[in-house]
Design a protein around this ligand. Structure first.
Ligand code: A3P
Length: 325
C-alpha cells in the first residue's frame, strides 16, 4: 500500500477521478454514516425549506418582501457581495461549502413551524443549479415566477440600461433582440441574457428532472403584480404554512409607485426601491411581434408542461398563445 503527502495525494486522486473535481454537497443528515461523523455542534435545521428560484425580472424581489412579512416565514440573511442574494447553487459560492451556506440562515426557533427560504433569481436558468439544490435540499419546495417572457426580456434590457451597460445604452431593444451572429460579442451576451431565461419550459424541465412535480409551484408574476393577496394565499397553501396570513391587510396599493407595497400603520407605505418598478416607455409593437414569434414554440411547450403537471395556466400565457395563433 502506497501513500503520498496530502497535496500530491489529492492531485493523484483527481487524476483518477476527474469527475469528482466539482463537489456535490449532500445533506449530511440524510445519511446516517455522514451524520455520525459530522460535528455535534452542527444542525441540518439551518437549511431552507423552500427556494424562490427566479427568473430575474419577474417580480422575485416583491415576492421575497411579501413572504418576509409572514410571521412563520424567515428569509436568509442578505449577502453583502451578491446583491443581497446568496447565489449558492449557481456559481463560485458553491465552492465555499455548506457551512458557508448555512451561516446565511438563523437557528430556527421552532423547527416545525419556521419556514426558512432564500431567493436567488439566477437559479432558474443556471444549468447546474437544480442538480446541486436537489443534492442538498431534496425535500425543499421550489417557487418559480413567470411573466410574459417578452416583458421579462424588455425589463432586463431596461435594467442593463439603468446600469449603464454600453450595449444597452447604445442599441435599441429591437437591435438587441434581432442581432445576428456577426455582431459584437458583448451585444450577443446581452441578447442572450434578455432571451435565454424566457425559454421557461426548457429550464423548468431541468428542475423537474430533480424535483417531483408536487414540489414545484409556478407563480403567475402578472397576477402577483396586480393581485398579490390572492397569489400569496395560493403560495401559502402550496407551502403548507399555517395559519394563513391575510395579505389583504398587510399590503396596500401605492398610487405614486403604481405597485403594491407594505401597509404601515400611520405612515406612508413601504415600497420596493427605485430599481424595482422602473418607469420606461412601452415596448414597440415591432419588438413585441418579433418576441411573440420568437417565444411561440417555447410558450407552447410551457402550455404542454403545465397541462401535464395539472397546474393552472397564467393569464398572460393564454393571451400570448391566442394572439400568436
Ligand atoms: P420593472 O422594474 O422592469 O417594472 P425582480 O425583482 O425579479 O428583479 O423583478 C422586478 C420587477 O418586479 C419589476 O420590473 C416590476 O415590474 C415587478 N414587480 C412586481 N410587483 C412589484 C411590486 N410590488 N413592486 C415593485 N416591482 C414589482
Amino acid at each position: 500500500l502506497q501513500t503520498l503527502p496530502p497535496i500530491q495525494l489529492a492531485d493523484k486522486y483527481f487524476q483518477i477521478f476527474p469527475e469528482e473535481r466539482d463537489p456535490l454537497w449532500q445533506n449530511p443528515c440524510h445519511d446516517k454514516r455522514h451524520k455520525d461523523i459530522w460535528s455535534k455542534e452542527k444542525t441540518c435545521d439551518r437549511l431552507p425549506r423552500f427556494l424562490v428560484i427566479g427568473p430575474q425580472k419577474t417580480g422575485t424581489t416583491a415576492l421575497h418582501s411579501f413572504l418576509s412579512l409572514h410571521p412563520a416565514i424567515t428569509s436568509s440573511f442578505p449577502s453583502l457581495v451578491t446583491f443581497e442574494e446568496i447565489q449558492f447553487f449557481s456559481g463560485p459560492n458553491y465552492n465555499n461549502g455548506i457551512d458557508w451556506y448555512m451561516d446565511f440562515f438563523p437557528f430556527p426557533s421552532n423547527v416545525s413551524t419556521d419556514f426558512m427560504f432564500e431567493k436567488s433569481a439566477n437559479y432558474f436558468d443556471t444549468e447546474v443549479a437544480p442538480k446541486r439544490a436537489a443534492a442538498l435540499l431534496s425535500r425543499a419546495k421550489i417557487l418559480a415566477v413567470l411573466i410574459n417572457p417578452a416583458d421579462r426580456a424588455y425589463s432586463w434590457y431596461q435594467h442593463q440600461r439603468a446600469h449603464q451597460d454600453p450595449m444597452a445604452v447604445n442599441h435599441t431593444f429591437q437591435e438587441v433582440v434581432t442581432a445576428g451572429p456577426a455582431t459584437p460579442r458583448e451585444l450577443l451576451i446581452l441578447q442572450r441574457r434578455c432571451l435565454k431565461p424566457g425559454a421557461y419550459a426548457t429550464h423548468l424541465e431541468r428542475w423537474l428532472h430533480h424535483y417531483q412535480p408536487s414540489q414545484v409551484h409556478i407563480v403567475d408574476g402578472s397576477q402577483l403584480r396586480s393581485h398579490p393577496a390572492l397569489v400569496m394565499e395560493g403560495i401559502q397553501r402550496f407551502l403548507g404554512v399555517t395559519p394563513i396570513f391575510n395579505y389583504t391587510q398587510a399590503l396596500t396599493y401605492d398610487e405614486s409607485k403604481g405597485f403594491w407595497c407594505q401597509r404601515v400603520e400611520g405612515a406612508r407605505p413601504k415600497c420596493l426601491g427605485k430599481s424595482k418598478g422602473r418607469k420606461y416607455s412601452d415596448m414597440t409593437p415591432e419588438s413585441r411581434a418579433f418576441l411573440t414569434e420568437h417565444y411561440r414554440e417555447h410558450n407552447m411547450e410551457l402550455l404542454r408542461l403545465l397541462n401535464r403537471l395539472g397546474q393552472p395556466l397564467p393569464a398572460w400565457l393564454r393571451e400570448e398563445l391566442q394572439s400568436s395563433s
